[in-house]
Design a binder for this molecule. Structure first.
Ligand code: F42
Length: 146
């Protein structure tokens, strides 16, 4: 059941524009960051309840995805971290395909280590971001609904 509600663009123009072009072109445009594929996660605001569209690097394995709340190694989590915690029902668009998922934050341990390794294979800079911040960068796994 796709998420319904009012879309509220984010304040990071580069990310907003990429998400909107990617969605409007059904994944045909704006599908990469420096040659690496992205996906767009539609999530519901923890405070506003509005729909947010968040591009993240595409980290996929057996139909599940990891989304890494790195925010470039900033000291604080991205705002969408709170959204996924409060409203774990999200949509993820990969190319032209857009489906519903449940987001679950991974605690430190073997499962998180496995997904972190997959994420580093896709985007090695995540390791640099982690070295820049004292917070443990959150890793969510998104599991298809239904
Ligand atoms: N960010 C990552 O963290 N990881 C990635 O792998 C990643 C890849 C990526 C690829 C392409 C691209 O264009 C951007 C990419 N980004 C990646 C950046 C990502 O898309 C976000 O821009 C970034 O993570 C920051 O997310 P943010 O949620 O902090 O967005 C800011 C810019 C923003 O829009 N803030 C809003 C504002 O008004 O300040 C609020 C957004 C929001 O969700 N508010 C919630 C609400 O209720 O609406 C409340 C949230 C709360 O704190 O309770």
């Amino acid at each position: 059941m796709p998420l319904e509600g009012e879309y509220e663009p984010g304040v990071a123009e580069w990310a907003r524009s990429q998400a909107e072009k990617f969605e409007a072109s059904k994944g045909a445009e704006a599908g990469e960051l420096q040659g690496t594929p992205i996906v767009v996660v539609t999530n519901r605001g923890a405070k506003t309840g509005k729909l947010r569209k968040t591009p993240v690097m595409r980290v996929e394995h057996d139909g599940e995805y990891a989304v890494i709340a790195s925010k470039g190694g900033a000291p604080e989590n991205p705002a969408w971290y709170a959204n996924l915690k409060k409203n774990p029902h999200v949509e993820l668009q990969d190319g032209a395909v857009r489906l519903d998922y449940t987001a679950r934050e991974l605690e430190p341990g073997a499962e998180r280590d496995a997904w972190w390794a997959r994420a580093l294979e896709v985007w090695p800079a995540y390791d640099v971001y982690q070295q820049h911040t004292l917070r443990l960068i959150p890793v969510f796994v998104l599991t298809p609904i239904g």
